[in-house]
Design a protein around this ligand. Structure first.
Ligand code: ADP
Ligand code: ZN
Ligand code: ZN
Length: 740
């Protein structure tokens, strides 16, 4: 298609700047083959820099005189970026009230953002011609090379060949003599080489699984949102695999999103072992070019299965067939800075637009999703039994009151650990605090080690020995004496993973103790190495933070001990209880996954807490039902929609003033509009001072999204136009996960 259409006078371009506006340019002389269209990347002059942007609109009008507008330097694409991707960027920018330019920048692989052509890297495969005994004459190295290639009927890649000491000249020599063929193919997801899709047979399903799969099959050709609510170990993954099999059989693609912590080599290998077809993974470990390759494989449809974490929701698909969100309740699906999007919510919007099914899987669904299922808007599919037929472990409360603690553990828990180890099991001790102790205290005057830059205590670490602020990463040496009273009686207060590890090592000197937290797994591979060791099945002790709670299959763990359940039960955030119930159930799900029945001991100062009792006696769904009722009464999500405006600045007075003015202006506007939106605040953030900056917030809520949306848009405009807006940094969080 050549451009018979005359070029537009102006191009309106989204650029990666924090500014909430588009920029007009004149098109360059050379139009792209497809003609000027939205979705094309262009390189443009911007101040003294050059930026890569995306054309949003082709127009005949600009607010600026044409001679003031600069010309686009070049168009970088032959065709617009994929339409499904483009739609999602626009939807995201609108829904989260985020600048389109920055949204695009986040939704695009770095290489494309930098202006590289949208092209996957190619590699060369060399294949010996079949049924040919011909030899390359008097060229002994070529003859050896040919013999090697003949042992590989599917051919070999250039790097594999040169690694054997052969040269490119020798390969070209064989090619010239027509003894080998050379094939170019993409590095990622080359075309299918086999006609069967399955590499290993699927498992015969349990009755429950078969029932669920049959219901999923009914909705393959339409928007069909489903909650797959299955206890840990009930075989949700097997259901995903067989559903994807049906989707592939229709020539469609599957997009699978997993939590950050869940994209492990085991997860990937489960998909790669089952299917013959290319499975591409999008995760933070990829280089920029690998990411571009994977994006291209998805865009062109070469990759029938795409697995990734949060940002993979922006992957374009040529033939979308299904979206699966595993552990849909997981907090990592929400980005907590800049563009604060929720990948699950965007995935729902995407599935709706594409008219495809979406499966949200979890043992502990978010209250949002559960409310949708209960309201009949999502289909509620259940797996109530573990595939191996063991009932999930029950939660047993252990009363912490008045008992001496060692590394956070009290005698009944230590006794339980001893029994489990003696019986040959592995024990998982869960403690949600890394470091040695939450802080250092002076026993003479009560001084506590506080961070000079935050309203927070500093954590005591032993490896290496220092105080660290977990909020701003400020490090300082341990004081020899109390800074207030000069007493030398400084003691660690409470326990973190390092201290519990040390205690367990002393109590059980003959049993290996593995600590798993962000500190111990900082080195790449470290986590995998520990997991491999654990899977060997020898009795051992695992001490870990929530890194261990999720997704990992630990078949030899027979006892789980939760050191302290109370922090989450009594935190102020409105989601704290939901999240700690999810965490407790997920941790408990680690026990007894294989043929060993399991026990779960929960240490608490409140063994009679009604929520904890409900969770232990009746399970997650019963507690969730009650929490939903409380949310309804309190006017909280999912019954009301929230937006949080956050303000921060180095000067406390600036934040208070600007947040106050913004709230006042907003309230006036709301009143004038007769809007139903309520506006609470401004109030100081739960941690008011963080890294020497002061934080305040304003909470907007309404039962209707549309009116909340209009109020947010107005506030954003106000902040943009008002001189106050520049004295503070303000940001908007639509559907906040936390109010901190
Ligand atoms: P979930 O994702 O619900 O936690 P998984 O899919 O990981 O559960 O399944 C837990 C275990 O049960 C796995 O080892 C899996 O291989 C096994 N499993 C699942 N479905 C079946 C089945 N139909 N027959 C036999 N084993 C199964
Ligand atoms: Zn003191
Ligand atoms: Zn700090």
């Amino acid at each position: 298609m050549t451009s018979t259409v005359p070029a537009p006078r102006f191009l309106r371009v989204a650029l990666p700047t924090p500014l909430r506006r588009l920029f007009d340019y004149r098109p360059c002389r050379e139009a792209p083959a497809c003609g000027w269209r939205p979705g094309l990347r262009v390189k443009v002059p911007f101040g003294r820099r050059q930026l890569v942007g995306v054309v949003v609109e082709c127009t005949e009008h600009s607010d600026l005189p044409a001679q003031q507008l600069k010309q686009v330097h070049a168009c970088l694409d032959e065709a617009p970026l994929p339409a499904d991707w483009w739609w999602l960027c626009q939807f995201t920018a609108r829904y989260y009230q985020h600048p389109l330019g920055d949204t695009i920048a986040q939704a695009l692989p770095v290489a494309l953002r930098q202006g590289r052509p949208l092209q996957a890297r190619q590699q060369e495969r060399w294949i010996a011609r079949q049924g040919d005994d011909a030899a390359p004459g008097r060229a002994p190295r070529q003859a050896e090379l040919l013999a090697m290639l003949r042992q590989h009927p599917r051919g070999l890649m250039t790097p594999a060949i040169t690694a054997q000491g052969y040269t490119r000249a020798q390969l070209e020599g064989l090619l010239a003599k027509r003894l080998v063929d050379r094939r170019e193919e993409p590095v990622a997801a080359p075309a299918e080489t086999s006609s069967t899709r399955l590499a290993e047979p699927s498992l015969p399903l349990t009755r429950e699984q078969a029932g669920v799969l049959a219901e999923l099959h009914e909705g393959l050709d339409r928007y069909h949102p489903c909650l797959l609510h299955g206890v840990t170990g009930s075989g949700k993954t097997e259901v995903y695999l067989q559903l994807i099999e049906a989707v592939l059989a229709r020539g469609r693609q599957a997009l699978v999103l997993v939590p950050e912590i869940g994209l492990t080599p085991q997860t990937l290998s489960r998909f790669r072992q089952r299917f013959q077809v290319p499975v591409v993974a999008l995760h933070s470990g990829l280089t920029d070019l690998e990411r571009l390759d994977a994006w291209d494989a998805a865009r062109t449809g070469r990759a029938p299965i795409v697995i990734g974490t949060r940002s993979a929701v922006f992957t374009p698909l040529a033939m979308p067939g299904v979206i699966v969100i595993d552990e849909e309740h997981d907090g990592s699906f929400k980005q907590q800075e800049g563009l604060r999007y929720h990948a699950r919510d965007l995935a729902i919007a995407r599935a709706h637009r594409d008219g495809i099914p979406i499966v949200l899987g979890s043992a502990t669904p978010s209250l949002e999703t559960l409310a949708q299922a209960r309201g009949g808007r999502y289909r509620h599919l259940r797996l109530t039994q573990r595939a191996n037929r063991h009932a999930p472990a029950r939660l047993e409360m252990v009363d912490l009151r008045g008992r001496p603690r060692q590394g956070g553990l009290i005698p009944p828990a230590i006794e339980g650990i001893r029994q489990a180890l003696n019986a040959g099991g592995q024990v998982l001790v869960f403690i949600n605090r890394r470091g040695f102790a939450p802080t250092l205290a002076c026993h003479a005057c009560g001084w506590l080690a506080e961070c000079p830059h935050c309203d927070a205590r500093m954590t005591l670490h032993r490896q290496p020995q220092e105080l660290v602020c977990h909020h701003c990463d400020f490090h300082r040496a341990l004081p020899d004496a109390c800074p207030t009273c000069e007493s030398g009686d400084l003691r660690p207060l409470g326990s973190g993973t390092e201290r519990t590890e040390e205690t367990l090592a002393a109590l059980f000197p003959d049993t290996p103790v593995h600590r798993i937290d962000r500190d111990s797994t900082r080195r790449k591979q470290a986590f995998e190495e520990i997991l491999r060791e654990i899977r060997r099945g020898e009795p051992c002790l695992l001490v870990g933070t929530q890194m261990l709670a999720k997704g990992h299959h630990l078949p030899h763990v027979t006892l789980v001990v939760v050191v302290n359940a109370d922090a989450g039960l009594y935190a102020s955030d409105f989601r704290a209880l939901e999240q700690s119930a999810q965490l407790l159930v997920q941790v408990a799900g680690r026990a007894g996954r294989a043929e060993h029945p399991g026990r779960v001991l929960i240490q608490t100062l409140h063994p009679d807490d009604p929520n904890l009792r409900l969770l232990a006696d009746s399970g997650y769904e019963a507690l969730a039902g009650q929490l939903l009722e409380e949310r309804r009464l309190a006017g909280l999500p999912p019954f009301r929609h929230l937006a949080l405006a956050r303000f921060e600045a180095a000067r406390e007075t600036h934040v208070a003033e600007v947040a106050g003015n913004a709230a006042e202006a907003l309230r006036e506007w709301l009143a004038a509009q007769g809007s139903t939106v309520t506006c609470l605040g401004p109030v100081p953030a739960p941690m008011e001072r963080r890294q020497n900056r002061y934080h305040m917030q304003l909470m907007l809520s309404d039962t209707r999204r549309s009116s909340l949306h209009r109020a947010c848009a107005w506030l954003v405009q106000w902040l943009e136009n008002h001189p106050d807006g520049r004295r503070v940094r303000a940001s908007l969080d639509i559907d906040p996960q936390t109010l901190s």
